[in-house]
Design a binder for this molecule. Structure first.
Ligand code: FES
Length: 226
């Protein structure tokens, strides 16, 4: 049956994965595995991707951390960044793209250096998330869903980030802060511009202590993640 993988038959997930895998290898240039000698990969990024690959019986299991590493390195998953990951992992760029396009938090277009996600789900909305978002947009100069003209900030509204008890809240470079008021936004933006890391922002508004988004097992600003 041609589309049985869509019907949840036993083992269908494996077959679908195999079809995607085979499909990604067929045909044009994007399906060719690039040679490491053809691309320049930052040594630290290569080393970390290889460390991630070594953790799994199937190295492809490390695709997500590898893509996160590339995004942390370049700010977004440019075709060149994809090529680098593909060369290290011995995969096709097309295969990586099929995964990157599925996940919302991979940026497939140039994005500001610092990410600010303002939660606009129900708990945060009831406690003023829309004012917070508008204020954050004004303070950063970034439109919602876009980046500031100076390339410093990328602002998005987000569904529940799982920290409703500090609503309204935002994630700044992976560090959760809340409850926030519109007045906090300028301070946050000024401090980030001054070079403070997300972990140093409004320490009295942190969430369960500081913790960092794990970008390839390391936080964006190089501090220790828990
Ligand atoms: S609704 Fe905002 S963190 Fe859950």
């Amino acid at each position: 049956m041609k589309f049985d993988h869509l019907r949840g038959t036993p083992g269908s997930r494996t077959r679908l994965a195999a079809q995607v895998w085979e499909g990604a290898k067929v045909g044009a240039e994007a399906a060719r595995v690039p040679e490491l000698s053809e691309v320049e990969v930052p040594a630290a990024m290569k080393e970390e991707i290889e460390r991630q690959m070594a953790k799994y019986p199937d190295p492809r299991s490390a695709v997500l951390p590898a893509l996160r590493l590339a995004q942390a390195e370049y700010g977004w998953l440019s075709p060149d960044a994809m090529l680098q990951v593909a060369a290290v992992m011995r995969l096709t760029p097309a295969y990586l793209e099929s995964i990157a396009t599925f996940y919302d938090m991979f940026e497939l277009a140039p994005a500001g250096r610092h990410t600010i996600y303002v939660c606009t789900n129900i708990s945060c909305s009831l406690r003023g998330a829309s004012d917070l978002l508008a204020s954050m947009s004004e303070a950063t100069g970034a439109p919602v869903g876009g980046s500031s003209p100076d390339g410093e900030f990328h602002l998005r509204s987000f569904e529940c980030l799982g920290a409703c008890d500090i609503a309204p809240m935002a994630s700044i470079d992976g560090y959760y802060r809340g409850p926030l008021t519109a007045d906090d936004t300028k301070r946050i933006v000024d401090e980030v511009r001054a070079g403070r890391s997300g972990s140093e922002l409004l320490p009295d508004r942190s969430y369960g202590g500081d913790y960092a988004r794990r970008l390839g097992e390391r936080p964006r600003d190089g501090e220790g993640a828990r």
